[in-house]
Design a protein around this ligand. Structure first.
Ligand code: NMX
Ligand code: MLT
Length: 435
């Protein structure tokens, strides 16, 4: 596999670079930690490293140095498609270079040969209650695949540490290959009477997901490509990436680790916010029988805040400007569905809610994040089952976190274990600082 050879060829230089940095500058301070940060979810504490993506508070995400518009423009596309296919993004995240069409297609072809899901995974899904949340089914299915892990098998057979990345890459390709099939199976079981549609070998990874859920218009396939690319990575401190990394740092395999990541994505402050956001927009629609006036929406937002709830899709732990992932989808919606009523509401929310959050004076960032708009597009294209939206986020997120997991093995990153203190110790430190 060219992908593996290429990775193998760039690793020695990366290992030397990191070894040199730690050896020569290991004692250089990068930051300090305050008591507020310790109690405040470690916001802005710099304690992780990844070269795969970086989130600038004002500019937003760059994947391997490329902005979203650059990624969408430069990655290879299938003939007739407006959006790049995801295999090119996986290559970019893993290798750090924009792939040629052939290199990107190699990933897509690897995924095709690895897409078959063992029957026991479907049996596990089928054994769950009909009202089980799709995220629980998704996480359980990923965990059920664990006995397929090559990393775990080879580890127990005895393997050199500098070779860990090889079975990790195999596991990452196997996992990512199967996720659209698993996600589509969950969707079809829950909402489409168990319809079974075979994979189309002519389609790409994202296009096949659209096809498998029976929604195979070229427009929806492009939306899936855009959606999976945008959700793939958001540096390493976000909860799902961090949970995956933490679990994998114990040398547990990608199935255990990504299931942990998906469990963290399922929370309403993280990935589940896309479900919460469309629910909020639909409430607005229902309450006002369509698009409300500015004043009505303003009051609705205040009612949410006064009830002690958050406005889903707004605010961010790192970003301090509108999320470029929001902007990319917003611009897309403006082009393809300007008259959609839910989009009209989402647009009005974008105009009204930031000012409400500023007036409330709590949120550090009053701007929209990725989740403020993603569901509106899905809803328009017929995926109206909004408790499924976070599963799609998870399918996309697997690309970034599994590429990170391969690199963590390749660079021999150790088990993660920060230090905790007691409140009494912090009081003591505070008292000493004041005296
Ligand atoms: N609506 C109402 N209050 C908010 C919002 C919001 N959208 N965003 C932040 N706040 C509040 C927050 O709850 C906190 O209140 P308190 O002091 O009472 O605890 C205060 O403002 C300060 O929070 P921040 O420091 O601005 O935000 P933090 O970094 O703690 O949290 C989020 C970031 C994203 C969890 C937060 O903005 C939020 O809850 N947003 C709504 C949920 C959401 O959209 N999550 C998705 C994030 C993106 N993703 O996909 O993961
Ligand atoms: C993400 O994509 O992971 C979210 O925007 C949350 C984050 O970055 O903290």
């Amino acid at each position: 596999m060219e992908l593996k050879d290429k990775l193998g060829s760039i690793l020695p230089d990366w290992r030397d670079r990191v070894r040199k940095l730690v050896k020569e500058s290991g004692e250089v301070k990068v930051g300090e930690v305050t008591i507020s940060q310790i109690y405040g979810g470690m916001r802005d504490v710099k304690g992780l490293v990844t070269d795969i993506s970086y989130v600038d508070p004002n500019e937003g995400i760059r994947f391997r140095g490329y902005t979203i518009p650059e990624v969408l423009e430069k990655l290879p596309k299938l003939q007739g498609a407006e959006m790049p296919f995801a295999g090119g993004l996986y290559y970019l995240l893993l290798i750090g270079e924009i792939p040629t069409r052939e290199q990107a297609l190699e990933v897509e072809n690897e995924w095709k040969t690895r897409a078959s899901v063992p029957q026991f995974v479907f049996d596990v899904i089928n054994a769950m209650p009909a009202n089980a949340h799709p995220m629980m089914l998704f996480s359980t299915a990923i965990l059920a695949l664990q006995n397929e892990s090559l990393f775990t098998r080879q580890y127990h057979q005895g393997m050199r540490k500098d070779e860990y990345w090889v079975p990790m890459l195999e596991d990452s390709l196997n996992l990512t290959a199967k996720l659209p099939v698993i996600a589509a199976y969950i969707y079809n079981q829950k909402y489409r009477g168990g319809q079974k549609i075979p994979l189309d070998p002519k389609l790409d990874w994202a296009g096949n997901f659209a096809h498998l859920i029976g929604n195979s218009s070229p427009e929806f396939m492009d939306l899936c490509r855009l959606y999976f690319i945008l959700h793939s990575d958001h540096e390493s401190g976000n909860a799902s990436a961090h949970a995956t990394h933490l679990a994998a740092s114990t040398l547990s395999d990608i199935y255990y680790a990504f299931s942990a990541g998906v469990n963290s994505l399922a929370g309403p402050l993280h990935g589940l916010a896309n479900q919460e956001s469309i629910i909020w927009l639909l409430h607005v629609h229902e309450r006002f029988g369509g698009v409300p006036s500015r004043e009505q929406l303003r009051q609705f937002a205040w009612d949410t805040l006064n009830a002690g709830q958050v406005i889903p899709g707004y605010g961010h732990a790192v970003l301090r400007k509108p999320d470029p992932r929001f902007t990319a989808q917003f611009e897309y919606a403006k082009k393809v569905m300007p008259d959609d009523e839910i989009f009209q509401i989402a647009k009005l929310v974008y105009e009204v809610v930031p000012q409400v959050l500023i007036e409330q004076g709590k949120a550090k960032n009053p701007s929209p994040n990725v989740d403020a708009i993603s569901g509106t597009l899905q809803y328009h294209y017929g995926v109206k089952e909004f408790d499924f939206y976070t599963v799609m986020f998870g399918v996309g997120r697997s690309l970034g976190v599994s590429a990170n997991a391969v690199w963590a093995r390749a660079l021999g990153q150790p088990i993660e274990r920060p230090k905790s203190l007691t409140t009494a110790m912090l009081e003591d430190i505070a008292a000493k600082a004041k005296s």
